[in-house]
Structure formats: C-alpha cells, structure tokens
Design a protein around this ligand. Structure first.
Ligand SMILES: [Zn+2]
Ligand SMILES: [Zn+2]
Length: 118
C-alpha cells in the first residue's frame, strides 16, 4: 500500500466512523506485533521510570486521525530528527497519553475507550 492509498483508506474509515477496521487489519497487526516483540512486550513509559509492566497496545505518537500517512510507519521525522512513532504502552500510560491531548478514542459513560486496544 502506498502512503497515498493508506491516507485515502484511513480517511474513508474516519468518515465512516469505522477506524477500528484499521486496527483489525493484517498490516497493523503484523506491524504492532513486531513492535511489541522488539520491546519485549513491555510498556515503554513504565520502563523509563524503572517499572516493568506488560504492554497492552501500541500507541501512535503521531495520531492516526491527524496523520493517516504515518499509521503504518515505525518512525516519523520532526525538524530533521527521526523519532519512534509506535510505542508499546500499558493501559494506564496509554490512557494518559490520550487524555493529555484528546487524540483518538472517545469518552463514554463507562470511561475511556481506546481504539488502539487490541
Ligand atoms: Zn505504563
Ligand atoms: Zn495511543
């Protein structure tokens, strides 16, 4: 899939409110599975603080809704530097990331629902 095709597909899913289909796609499962494995299935934010917590899902630093072209990209470039785009996180850290900026995910009565959960 080219970046153009990816962007078109994701924008279409967003328009239909079926972005979960992206997270169920073989492409994403393969990529996120590989990223999880490389990081020993550990939450990278907990790890920075010296804790070992199993990761629950892979977070997009550049949110899919804002940056569809980066949805299947491991890295992104910002001001000439390369950063990791995909980071395994535990549920707590992941929810915090999204509450910070209200990225993807919706707040419901029952609490925070995160589309990246799998
Ligand atoms: Zn964590
Ligand atoms: Zn996330």
């Amino acid at each position: 899939m080219t970046p153009d095709e990816l962007e078109k597909w994701i924008n279409q899913l967003i328009a239909e409110d079926t972005l979960y289909k992206f997270y169920k796609s073989r492409e994403w499962r393969q990529l996120s599975g590989a990223v999880m494995k490389e990081n020993n299935y550990e939450c990278q934010q907990c790890k920075e603080r010296g804790f070992h917590t199993p990761a629950r899902s892979v977070h997009h630093v550049q949110w899919v809704r804002k940056h569809p072209r980066l949805a299947l990209s491991r890295t992104y470039e910002y001001q000439g530097m390369i950063y990791n785009n995909l980071i395994p996180l535990c549920e707590n850290c992941h929810n915090k990331e999204h509450e910070k900026g209200r990225g993807i995910g919706k707040r419901k009565k029952s609490g925070f629902t995160n589309e990246e959960r799998w």
